[in-house]
Design a protein around this ligand. Structure first.
Ligand SMILES: CNc1ncnc2c1ncn2[C@@H]1O[C@H](COP(=O)(O)OP(=O)(O)OP(=O)(O)O)[C@@H](O)[C@H]1O
Length: 173
């Protein structure tokens, strides 16, 4: 089954007392992951880059305006659901801290800023605890998660540094 190209946009900000926060949100739209806390994002359309899609989805789901050029690609994550292969996807994950506007609730998502040192992982997809803290700490990585039959629990996972970073530290393999 082909992997549907998706994007995820992680915007961060610093509170006046110096704590870093990330914009996530409770997913309202019916379908995959309803009720979970997720990052903003969705499908990459054929006529756009993944960064453009991340900026567009952020505006559609929260009202925040971000430029694609201000987003940095931080991770590439593949999700496989052997009992539901139509859910298989490849997600380009972006992080950014330049944006304008105030996030508001939309039909799709109820956005909220969460402290990065206290992520709501118990309310998120099971995979997030394995990679989201690292990415928000500045690591770039590639990961693949295979979900169990319940389509909720991670059965197997593989996480490696992004190829660019591996070259930078002189590791050929
Ligand atoms: C399985 N583990 C997962 N871990 C982390 N994040 C996950 C995820 N599974 C899906 N996501 C993200 O959740 C968003 C909505 O996905 P999904 O419902 O498929 O797309 P949505 O219908 O909103 O797309 P459109 O807005 O119609 O383009 C999308 O950013 C996608 O990357």
């Amino acid at each position: 089954m082909t992997l549907t190209p998706m994007c995820l946009c992680l915007l961060t900000r610093r509170t006046p007392d110096g704590r870093r926060e990330v914009l996530l949100g409770r997913r309202k739209k019916l379908g995959m992951g309803t009720g979970k806390v997720v990052g903003l994002g969705g499908h990459v359309e054929p006529d756009e880059t993944a960064a453009q899609a991340a900026a567009r989805e952020t505006a559609e789901e929260s009202g925040l305006i971000v430029a694609a050029r201000d987003l940095r690609e931080a991770a590439n994550v593949v999700f496989r659901f052997p009992v539901r292969p139509e859910w298989d996807m490849r997600v380009a994950v972006f992080v950014g801290d330049r944006f304008t506007g105030d996030a508001y609730e939309t039909a799709e998502i109820a956005p909220r800023w969460y402290p990065i040192d206290d992520l709501p992982v118990q309310d998120m997809w099971d995979d997030n605890r394995y990679w989201l803290p690292q990415v928000l700490a500045g690591q770039r990585l590639h990961a693949e998660f295979v979900f169990a039959e319940d389509c909720e629990t991670v059965a197997t996972s593989r996480i490696v540094p992004a190829p660019e970073d591996r070259e930078a530290i002189g590791d050929a393999g």
